[in-house]
Structure formats: C-alpha cells, structure tokens
Design a protein around this ligand. Structure first.
Ligand SMILES: Cc1cc2nc3c(=O)[nH]c(=O)nc-3n(C[C@H](O)[C@H](O)[C@H](O)COP(=O)(O)OP(=O)(O)OC[C@H]3O[C@@H](n4cnc5c(N)ncnc54)[C@H](O)[C@@H]3O)c2cc1C
Length: 426
C-alpha cells in the first residue's frame, strides 16, 4: 500500500512515521518552499507522549521539551485560585510536555528523513485537487517554484493540510471561512528567570477582561538555569465577522497587547517585561470550524487540524493530530483495503475528537474566573471568599475527562507488532 500525505505539520509527519512503522509506503508533500521551526509553544498530553514514545522518539522529545507538572489558575494579581497536577505528577505513565511547536516539527521531520529517506518529504508542492478511482486516487499538485502541475497516484490520500485545508474544501465544498469567537490572541516567547516551580502552566485572569497563559518550553534554557517562557495573551472582543484570513504567522504589535497587561503587578512574574521582551509577537484570532459529518470518502481522509480545527485550549491541537496519525496507521495496517482502513479510522476518531471541538467552545473556566475578577477586583486572601464550593468544583471538573480519555497507565491501543529489522517500538 502507498499513501500520499498532504501536509508536513505535526499531524502529517507523525502519520508518515506511523505508516512507515506499519510497513506502509509513504509520500509527503507540503506547500511551504521550506519547512522552518515556526510557531510558539504547545502542550502535548500524556497520551500523545505515549504515542511518540512508541515511535521511538521519547529521548528526542525529552531533549527539547519540558514536562508540565501542574495547571494553575490565578487571578490577575497572581493569587492562586485552583490548580491540578499534570502528566507524571497526576499518575500517568507518560509526561505532559510543553514544547516549541517548531522544534517538535523539526524533530519529526528529521526522524522522517532518517527513516524514510532524505527525499521522503517534498516541499514546495501544493495540493490542488484529486480524482478518486476504483484502484487508486490521483492527486494534482502544483510546484510552487515553477507553477507547473504534476500528479501523484496512491492507494490513499490523507489531507493533513491544516486549518485552511484544500483537501477538506474538496470534500466539503462551500463550508466557508473559519468561525471566530471574538477572542484576539497574541503569542510570544521570552527568556526570563524561572517562575514558581519552573514546571507550572499558569493561567492568569479571564479573557473577559484580559488573560495570560504562561509556561516554560525549553530544556536547553532550563539547563542554563533560565526559562524560555511561552506566553499567550487573550482578550474577548465583540465577535464581529472576521475580516482577515487567520494566519499563524501574522505579526502582532506590542502596542496592541501591552495596554491590556501594563498595570499587572505579580510578585512572581514580570508580566509587562515578559510581553515587551519578546523578540517577535504573533497575533491570531481564536477560530475553529464546526465538527464534520464525515472525514473519509473512498480513498481520501482528513487528519489533524484539517479534520478538526479547534480553539487552542486544553493542549489538544497537536495532541489529537498525533493520536489521529497513530490510529490511521493502525487501521490501515489491519484493514483488507485502503477504503476499509480509512473508514475504520474515522469510526474510532471522529466522534471523540468532535466532542473535544465542542467542549473547547464552552468558556466555563473563563466565566468562573470572570466572577473572581468581578467579586474581588483588588485580589483576595482565601479562595472561598470569592468562589463557592460548587464554582470551584465546576472549575476543576469535566474538561480533563473529555480530553484525557485513556487510562493513566495503559499502553497504546495502536501498537502494531514490530516488523523484522525495524525499530517500530524502539
Ligand atoms: C506555521 C504554524 C504555526 C503554528 N503555531 C502554533 C502555535 O504557536 N500554537 C498552537 O497551539 N498551534 C500552532 N499551530 C497549529 C498546530 O500546529 C496544530 O493545531 C497542530 O499541530 C495540528 O497540526 P496539523 O499537522 O494538523 O496542521 P498544521 O500544523 O497546520 O500543518 C499543516 C501543514 O500543511 C501544509 N499545507 C497547507 N496547505 C497545503 C496544501 N494545499 N498543499 C500541501 N501542503 C499544505 C502547511 O504548510 C503545513 O505545514 C501552528 C500551525 C502552523 C502551520
């Protein structure tokens, strides 16, 4: 079997590694002329770490990422409201990691080139269209340098081409632009002194006033006694129709984000210094798309953000793409045909991930943290002064059970027996 993967992001590259480990031949194309370590920080949930471990990448990931050991909500003065342990500290067999998105993508790319060959990923090749046939699917692609079109035939085609997926557009024509909830996000990375225990994901404030999510993402900085802090500022604006096409690489301006946080004084974190110290600020609207009624048709399917773009909340964007990749390879390897494998993949993945897309739309924690800001604008001494037991329980409960659906210690459900002469589970 030969599979064409459109898109060499975290989803597409993990799919390539997983299919290769399952003995399936792979071609990967990406429209970018060059794959560069773009983006800022993301979190990998423990089950995503488990899958990367199964792919023999545990040491490589641990070499760049930092474990995230707790998620803690604070008010805008830095007073702790509620928190919980994460990853190993919560009892999982695998760490939850905070990592630079681009570093993770480069690590996956290096593994693909090492295992599948230097030419396994063809860059500067944009998917245009496909024709599905009884024996094969044929993709039409455009060389980004020359504009010339060419075709690649395969047994299956995987659209892992992200938020603006052209493969999705072909399967679901007329869907329209991504949906915006009115939240503006500014993202950056700044080197600073470590804060708190050096392993905390801090969620400070509420987006209904201003919210900042901060966590360290670099093993290298940590080894030097410093912290490379990923930060994300969020502010809810009136949800007018989005006028720009969402672009992960759009430059933001410090003068747009800093005023929302300029008077924040937190003993353990210099927030204005963090924002003004970033080498680059990126601005992005919080968008998603409605869950799809189907991902697969014939020999074509969707994966990662192409299948289920979601608000970047709960550490699920990259994590769910990794789980998709592993499930897809497992089902294709077991199925009698490509179409049966794609259909089986969709059965195990579509409904659970669609539920996460919808859960991410609930603003439970922001609403409750909004109450904290309203009831105690100048701070508080004890949490029970500002929140009832029921509100604290609502802040704590629910979401993790949707996004962490696996056992704490059970192995991967998608491990295939190792092939002879191959380090599938090295
Ligand atoms: C540049 C960039 C920066 C990001 N930064 C962040 C971040 O800081 N924080 C965060 O939470 N999430 C970020 N994301 C999103 C995050 O990577 C995804 O939510 C998650 O990793 C799932 O990835 P994916 O592989 O499904 O899609 P993506 O990571 O979006 O990868 C899709 C790939 O498909 C390629 N592609 C697109 N159209 C075509 C086409 N027509 N033909 C061929 N190839 C195509 C793109 O070049 C890209 O490499 C970023 C995504 C990108 C592309």
């Amino acid at each position: 079997m030969r599979v064409l993967i459109v898109g060499a992001g975290i989803g597409g590259l993990t799919t390539a590694l997983s299919l290769h480990a399952a003995g399936i031949d792979v071609d990967v194309v990406d429209s970018a002329r060059e794959l560069r370590p773009l983006g800022v920080g993301i979190n990998l949930l423990p089950h995503a770490t488990r899958e990367l471990t199964d792919l023999g990448l545990a040491d490589a990931v641990a070499g760049t990422a930092l474990s995230a050991e707790s998620f803690v909500h604070f008010d805008r003065h830095g007073n702790r409201v509620w928190g919980e342990s994460r990853g190993l500290a919560l009892g999982y067999s695998w760490p939850q990691y905070a990592v630079h998105r681009g570093e993770l993508q480069m690590l996956l790319l290096a593994a693909v080139r090492e295992r599948l060959g230097a030419d396994a990923v063809r860059t500067g090749a944009a998917f245009v269209d496909f024709a599905d046939g009884p024996d094969q699917v044929t993709a039409r692609l455009r060389d980004q340098a020359t504009g010339a079109e060419f075709t690649i035939a395969a047994d299956a085609l995987v659209g892992a081409d992200g938020l603006h997926s052209a493969v999705r557009r072909r399967l679901h024509p007329g869907e329209g632009a991504p949906l915006w909830n009115g939240v503006r996000m500014w993202r950056g990375v700044t080197e600073a002194d470590p804060f708190l225990d050096g392993r905390t994901v801090a969620i400070i404030g509420t987006r209904f006033v201003a919210k900042l999510v901060v966590y360290p993402i670099s093993r290298e900085a940590d080894d030097r006694g410093r912290a490379l802090l990923n930060w994300l500022g969020e502010v809810q604006l009136p949800a007018d129709e989005l006028t720009e096409a969402p672009d992960w690489n759009r430059e933001g301006r410090v003068e747009d984000v800093l005023p929302h946080f300029a008077d924040w004084r937190i003993g353990w974190l210099d927030v204005p210094g963090l924002i003004s110290g970033a080498r680059q600020i990126l601005e992005y609207p919080m968008v998603d798309r409605d869950p799809l009624p189907f991902w697969s048709r014939g020999r074509v399917t969707l994966l990662g953000d192409a299948a289920h773009p979601m608000y970047p909340f709960g550490s699920n964007g990259g994590s769910q793409a990794i789980l998709d990749a592993r499930a897809l390879a497992y089902e294709l390897a077991r199925a009698g045909s490509a179409t049966a494998g794609l259909a089986a993949y969709e059965v195990v993945r579509r409904e659970p991930v669609n539920a996460i897309v919808l859960a991410n739309r609930s603003d439970r924690s922001d609403v409750i943290m909004g109450e904290v800001a309203r009831r105690a604008p100048d701070g508080f001494d004890r949490t029970d002064e500002v929140l009832s037991a029921d509100e604290i329980a609502r802040l704590a409960g629910g979401y993790r059970s949707i996004s962490h659906t696996d056992e704490l210690t059970a192995g991967s459900p998608w491990t295939l027996p190792p092939r002879r002469g191959h380090l599938a589970s090295a």
